[in-house]
Write a protein that binds this ligand. Structure first.
Ligand code: NDP
Ligand code: MG
Length: 384
């Protein structure tokens, strides 16, 4: 029997972190956890370190209390340590499950060390798509998509040549406000936006799902992961979130991938790839009727999707600006500083006030990201 693969989990305390830990608990003979990170949840990090006897742990924010960790664990603090953990010598697989642009540098570090990278963090591809995929190529590293739609595409295209793909169709639930009259969208509360009908996820991505900025980010993510042109990417509303993506081939045949709406399926597939083993949760039950309805999204209801598509089509740093403005706006919404419909307003205004360039330089990307956040923050101050 092969020895277990050694896995590092960045963002161990989040929702994707939880799903990853379930996979490891189910398959301790196949996966060993050797590194974990958290930003603020020190106690949860410590209890994960204890349960899995993890040798390396990182807390990226300043600790607020005295930290107590098991004796087997070496604890470090600070954001820079995240990059060191991402290229830990012993590791075979790095799972990038931190939220936001902060995922970019560790993703690059992991790829440069030639590791297999299970990528849940979509923001890193939106900000540095070409740089990320080129780095993977240059260092012979593999990116295995963990986002459910992208993992679904990844499964459908195995052993299919790139030229056989006509387009890919990402499904979207439509979020909690799919049927709300559009003129009531400006009154929705934080609590309502955080109440996703199907998925249990972190706060930022849950708000992104309500605005459909998430699907916009996913289009851009898919473009880089699968080396497609913007016109080869489609979105369709599929409320039950059972079909995660559909690949349309040049001969007209469409392949879809289906599971119940839980991230444990995609995470297990990505982590154990190319092997398949017993799953954690029950599969679909076809003895009951299943809703497989699909309909096109309304760009009036979901202006963030329109803005993301426009940004993607520009082939420059517009997606980076979209992402930075979205992160700032969602944070302000979650702090009750702006309303729900201010999110697309802030993004649109920031895009209008930004200059776009084509670059693969990490320094330029970081400085553009900072500038976009500065512009978006000023826009928020104007709204208040
Ligand atoms: P969560 O908010 O649940 O978790 C985020 C994780 O990142 C936590 O471990 C958190 O630490 C850590 N973190 C937060 N801010 C920082 C920071 N500034 N620096 C370093 N670490 C930080 O997010 P999700 O698990 O929902 O999402 C993670 C990523 O995966 C996102 O990019 C999301 O878009 C993507 N994704 C998520 C899906 C889901 O179902 N949740 C589905 C597909 C993709 P702490 O909690 O300790 O503060
Ligand atoms: Mg997704």
């Amino acid at each position: 029997m092969n020895s277990p693969k050694k896995l590092v989990l960045l963002g161990a305390t989040g929702s994707i972190g939880d799903s990853t830990l379930k996979v490891i608990r189910k398959h301790p003979d196949k996966i060993k956890l050797i590194g974990i990170s958290a930003h603020t949840q020190a106690e949860k990090l410590s209890s994960i370190a204890d349960e899995f006897q993890v040798p390396h742990a990182i807390l990226t924010s300043e600790p607020k209390v005295n930290l107590s960790f098991p004796s087997c664990t070496e604890l470090r603090t600070g954001l820079k340590s995240l990059e060191d953990l991402a290229c830990l010598g012993d590791a075979d697989i790095i799972v990038i499950a931190v939220v936001g642009t902060v995922g970019l540098l560790p993703t690059l570090a992991a790829l440069k060390s030639g590791k297999d990278v299970v990528l849940a963090n979509k923001e890193s591809l939106v900000v540095g798509g070409k740089l990320v995929t080129r780095t993977a190529e240059k260092y012979g590293a593999t990116i295995i998509p963990a986002d459910s739609e992208h993992n679904a595409v990844f499964q459908c295209i195995q052993n299919q040549p790139q030229r056989s793909i006509e387009s890919i169709i990402l499904t979207a639930s439509g979020g909690p406000f799919r049927n709300l009259p559009i003129n009531q969208l400006d009154q929705v509360t934080i609590k309502q936006a955080l109440c996703h009908p199907n998925w249990s996820m972190g706060k930022k991505i849950t708000v992104d799902s309500a605005t459909m900025a998430n699907k916009g980010l996913e289009l851009i993510e898919a473009r880089w992961l699968f080396d497609l042109k913007p016109e080869q990417l489609e979105v369709v509303i599929h409320p039950p979130s059972i079909v995660h993506a559909i690949v349309r081939f040049v001969d007209g045949c469409c392949l879809a991938q289906m599971t119940p709406p839980s991230m444990t399926f995609a995470m297990q597939n990505a982590i154990l790839f190319p092997e398949r083993h017993l799953g954690i949760e029950p599969s679909l039950d076809f003895s009951k009727s299943l809703d497989l309805s699909f309909s096109p999204p309304s760009l009036d209801r979901y202006p963030c999707l329109r803005l993301a598509k426009d940004a993607m089509e520009q082939d420059n740093s517009a997606p980076l600006v979209f992402n930075a403005a979205n992160e700032i706006a969602v944070d302000a919404f979650l702090r009750n500083r702006i309303g729900f419909l201010d999110i697309p307003r802030i993004i649109e205004d920031t895009l209008e006030k930004s200059d776009f360039i084509k670059t693969e330089s990490i320094e330029e990307l970081i400085s553009l990201d900072a500038e976009s956040r500065r512009i978006a923050s000023i826009e928020i101050d104007h709204i208040r």
